[in-house]
Design a protein around this ligand. Sequence first.
Ligand code: GDP
Ligand code: MN
Length: 384
Amino acid sequence: MKLYECEGKMVFAKAGIPIPRGNVIASVDEAAASAATLGYPVVLKIQVMSGGRGKAGGVKLVSNESILRETASQLLQMSHGGEQVERLLVEQQLNIKYEYYAGITLDPLTLLPLLMFSTQGGMDIEHVAETMPEKIITRHLDPLKAMPLHGVLEMLEESGIDNGHLMPVTKIIMGLIKAYYAYDAITAEINPLVIMDDGKALAADAKFETDDSAHYRLKSVLGIVREEQGMTQLERKAKELDLAYVSLDGTVGLICGGAGIGMGSMDMVMAHGGRAANFLDLGGNATTEKTAAALRLVLGDPAVKGVLMNVFGGINNCATMAKGVCEVLDETPLRCALVVKMRGHSQDEGWAMLEQRGIPLVKLGTTAEAVGLLMHEISRTKEQ
Ligand code: GDP
Ligand code: MN
């Protein structure tokens, strides 16, 4: 998960990295109120996922309220990297003397975090890497070893940093390493890491991306809840229900008892001239509730003209799953065709329940037969 700058700065602050004073706002009035408490001059920064905001005019220095109102209003209407700006970060303006770069990213070759530092901060680090690679000093970090204070000092000296900046910058880098591990980051970057005219060092920007596999614990640690980007409404709902679901553009809904049987079923639908409306793996803990939730979800896609449930009673129980189907049938009459292919543990009980409801079953046949039957059912319903 990528964090917005304001969120990344919160993470930095928790790790002891100094950040500018500031507030996140969503309206011009809020911006004015925030600037009044911070004191002019202030900086307004759009909060979006893409970088390069400075160059695109998304970072503005303002010196009084009338300019602030006008600028905030413009920025709140901006879009950057395809994202509509919704919030701004209002910060005390910094008297910047130097701009450094500090970052950590996962090195795919060694599978170790790679610490990077450059005296050429403020600009695109990719540009620095291309034009003056010798200006980027790197060190691998070993997660199994203690914090590499000595190594950090050594790399800073190698970078040619002003001696007077050594201590405050080292402190920030140690904080960055701490944050990187503590919040399961894959990328953590401060660009620019600034030295102000009074000699103090601050993180003036924050780029932080966490490992999605750590999401479950970061939610409580970071307190960041985000509407998943690029997900359909049904996919979001599926995530809440702990169902592996992907929306597709066809009309045949699928509920499958495993990823393999799911993909096989999708192929079989295609072989029968249809297209899957979704991929859904019910998983190995298919309770009655979960099965019902899966069927409701698939039926929730208005494009679905028929549903194939293709499951095994192995770890799961056919009777338990059939009960889930019946639960949905009790709520509302079925609006489209449904074919169930299920066998295994408690199959007779499961079959009996579904047969009683008139659901077409494929008991011992193949997925191809089940899909064939469903396609037939779909065209039959169409004719009616
Ligand atoms: P990015 O372009 O999206 O990476 O946004 P940054 O947060 O890095 O801001 C871009 C540039 O704006 C920085 O490199 C600084 O030069 C400048 N900037 C940001 N905050 C301040 C500030 O408080 N004072 C001054 N003078 N410049 C700032
Ligand atoms: Mn930046």
